[in-house]
Every structure is written in structure tokens, then in C-alpha cells.
Write a protein that binds this ligand. Structure first.
Ligand SMILES: N#Cc1ccc(CCNc2nc3cc4nc(N)[nH]c(=O)c4cc3[nH]2)cc1
Ligand SMILES: [Zn+2]
Length: 380
């Protein structure tokens, strides 16, 4: 079963002005117990949408410190089918990954990938982005699919409310997501696997509070915070976190879905978030952009043609330990696959290492100064 122990940062605010300006820090360092191991939080989960984290191997993921990776039910349901994965022995065996796996329920993909979708109380009808066939997902179907895949943590079927959305639509959708969470819970019969609910509510403080309270009363082992990182301004995302996180049980993990960049991670950790996932590091890597503590470095740019330094001299990743910006730029310009492999390895290592540094700062009770120093150097 999933259990957590969190060592929160001391609640005592330092006497000086900055601490009050920064506000209370809800940052905490936890340990997540799953059937595939005990994992440290805060954590970043590399995204392996179609049962592979694009361009890197399970061995490389392990070497860079990945603990839990994310896969998408929507994609694996459409191709190759979750029954096939079950026949192969489940997702861990299928992709040869012995760490933790979390599967998203499809709630986001159906509403962002599947064209011509129709939502009813029963579920969501949509057209497959692969072959245009008419498909249907409901809480029961999504949970059955995730039990077939056999992830350690699975997500309730929900609707990710688009941004912006009218209050009345957000209200009705959030209430339906809560009913779908209850149906997900009833359909979930696989022991040893944790089902997280997903808090919705759009960008409305009152709906966020109602959603959180209703889902907490259904007593899930962990909580995703959905409906964010959907185009809203970052201050609005932080405001929704401020309204939502304090209502969630302190002894259960909080997972902010679809986030993302180190500035958002450090702010969300301050509000008490433990888990993150995002395609950002792997997607921008394939466009030749590297993530650094000072912001993005577009390795493909001509400026790096004769730059024989690594992407980041202080980075311990395979790319920075062995190759120069000039070499990686050459590979990217030549469309050599190894080039985007190296940028992907660097970006994933950067975020995984960043969460490790945040955890250490929390354990040493210096998270707020760590946050201040990082944000002062990082340009978005
Ligand atoms: N590069 C790049 C890049 C591409 C997309 C994004 C946005 C990711 N945001 C996001 N993922 C989500 C997944 C989600 N899954 C579910 N089931 N429900 C959500 O409300 C939800 C909300 C999300 N918001 C961020 C960066
Ligand atoms: Zn590196």
C-alpha cells in the first residue's frame, strides 16, 4: 500500500521581513512506499507516454535517478491495447522498468487530444487521434485499463476543465468529476495499487475548495491536482494551490499534474506539493533546448558552434561529463539521433537533480533561502 511519512519544514517563520514576504512554507520531504520501492519526495516523474521515455533507456533512467515514471492510459488503450500489456506481464515487464510507474487516467488526453469529444454523465466519447475511430472512456473503463497495465499508482477518471471556462460549466464539471471519482473507487479492485483522486474546480477558489473537501471525504491514498498548467497565468496557478493544498491530508501525497519548469516546481513545493510530471524537459530537448539553473540554453544556436564547454560545467549527467556544446550542436544540426538523446538525458537529469536539491534543503531547514537563491538566478 502507499504510505507516506513527511518531515515538514519547521513551521517557525524566521523573524525577518523576507520570511513574512515569502509567506509560510508548506514544503515537506517525504517517502512514498510502493510495491516497486520506497521513493523520496519531492520528486519529478519523467513522462513515458507510450511505455517509453522518448530517446532514453530504462537503464539510463535508473542511472540518472528516476524513481517513478508516468505513462498514459489514453495512448496505451488505443495502441497496443491494455489487455495486450496485461498478457505481456504488465507495464513494468513490457517496458523492462522495475521502478515505480504512475498512469494517468486519460482525463486530460481525451479532452486535449481526442477531437470531436462528447461528454455525458456516463463518460466521454471521442475520436482516436490515431485512426479517427469512435472511442469511449468512462471511469469503469479507465480503471479497468489501468488495472491491466498494473502501475503502482493510478488516477481516477476526470475531466480536465479547459481554460478559460465559465463558472457554471466549471461547477457542473467539477461535481461530475467527483461522481466519477466515486465510480473509479468502486471499480478499483486491484490490491497493492494506489488510486489517486484528482482535484478540479477550474480557476475558481470556491470550486477548488469544494472539490478538495468532497474528494478528501472519499478517503483516497493520494491526491492529484488537475485542471492546472492549462494556459493560466502562473500567479493564478499558485493561487489555486494556496486554496487547495491546505485542505488535503498532510500524511498523503499531493501530485501537481503537468508541471514542469524549475521555477514552478520550487513554488509548488513551497505550497506543499510532493510529486510532479511534465513532458517539457523531454519535448524541448528534442528541439535542441537544454534546461539550466539560469534558464534555457538553445544548444542549436550558432553561438555554440565553437563552444567546447559542456552544457553545464557543474552538471553530473552523461552529456555534460563527456560532450561539448559544439559537439551536441553539430549532432542536432545533422539530425543525428544521439544529439537529442544527449539533450534529453541532460534535461531529465537537471530536473531530477533539482528535486533532490530541494529535498536536501527541506531536510536541512533552509528551503526558503534555497528558493530565493534559485529564483534570483533563474530567468524564465
Ligand atoms: N513542452 C511542453 C508542455 C506540454 C504540455 C504542458 C501542459 C501539461 N499540463 C497538464 N497536464 C495535465 C494532465 C492531467 N491529467 C488529468 N487526468 N487531469 C488533469 O486535470 C490534468 C491536467 C494537466 N495539465 C506543459 C508543457
Ligand atoms: Zn547535464
Amino acid at each position: 500500500m502507499l504510505t507516506c511519512a513527511f518531515a515538514g519544514q519547521k513551521k517557525v517563520l524566521a523573524a525577518y521581513e523576507e520570511a513574512v514576504k515569502c509567506g509560510y512554507s508548506g514544503a515537506r520531504a517525504g517517502r512514498l512506499h510502493t510495491p516497486h520501492g520506497v521513493f523520496d519526495t519531492p520528486m519529478f516523474m519523467p513522462v513515458g507516454t507510450q511505455a517509453t521515455v522518448k530517446a532514453v533507456s530504462p537503464r539510463e533512467l535508473k542511472e540518472m535517478g528516476a524513481q517513478i515514471i508516468l505513462s498514459n492510459t489514453y495512448h496505451l488503450y488505443l495502441r497496443p491495447g491494455t489487455e495486450l500489456v496485461a498478457e505481456a506481464g504488465g507495464l513494468h515487464r513490457f517496458m523492462d522498468w522495475d521502478g515505480g510507474i504512475l498512469t494517468d487516467s486519460g482525463g486530460f488526453q481525451v479532452f486535449s487530444l481526442g477531437p470531436l469529444r462528447k461528454i455525458t454523465e456516463e463518460g466521454a466519447a471521442f475520436r482516436s487521434h490515431i485512426d479517427g475511430s469512435t472511442q469511449f472512456l468512462s471511469p469503469e473503463i479507465a480503471i479497468k485499463a489501468q488495472m491491466n497495465l498494473g502501475a503502482d499508482i493510478i488516477m481516477a477518471f476526470d475531466e480536465c476543465i479547459p481554460y478559460p471556462a465559465e463558472y457554471q460549466y466549471a461547477k457542473l464539471s467539477t461535481e461530475r468529476t467527483t461522481r466519477w471519482a466515486e465510480r473509479s473507487q468502486k471499480a478499483h479492485t486491484r490490491s497493492g495499487q494506489a488510486l489517486f483522486a484528482i482535484v478540479q474546480g477550474g480557476m475558481y477558489q470556491d470550486l477548488r475548495r469544494v472539490s478538495a473537501n468532497d474528494l478528501v471525504s472519499l478517503d483516497f491514498p493520494g491526491y492529484g491536482i488537475g485542471g492546472l498548467s492549462v494556459g493560466e497565468p502562473k500567479p493564478v496557478m499558485y493561487e489555486m494551490l494556496e486554496q487547495t493544498v491546505p485542505l488535503l491530508p498532510e500524511n498523503k501525497p499531493r501530485y501537481l499534474m503537468g508541471v514542469g519548469t524549475p521555477d514552478c516546481l520550487v513554488e509548488a513545493v513551497r505550497y506543499g506539493i510532493d510529486m510532479f510530471d511534465c513532458v517539457f524537459p523531454t519535448r524541448v530537448a528534442r528541439n535542441g533546448t537544454a534546461m539550466t539553473k539560469s534558464g534555457r540554453l538553445v544548444v542549436k544556436n550558432a553561438a555554440y558552434a565553437k563552444d567546447f564547454l559542456p552544457i553545464d560545467e557543474n552538471c553530473g549527467c552523461y552529456a555534460c561529463q563527456n560532450f561539448s556544446r559544439a559537439y551536441i550542436r553539430h549532432l542536432l544540426k545533422a539530425d543525428e539521433i544521439f544529439g537529442l538523446r544527449l539533450t534529453t538525458i541532460h534535461n531529465l537529469y537537471f530536473l531530477l537533480d533539482f528535486t533532490k536539491k530541494m529535498r536536501q534543503a527541506i531536510l536541512e531547514d533552509r528551503f526558503l533561502s534555497f528558493r530565493e537563491e534559485f529564483l534570483a538566478q533563474y530567468c524564465k
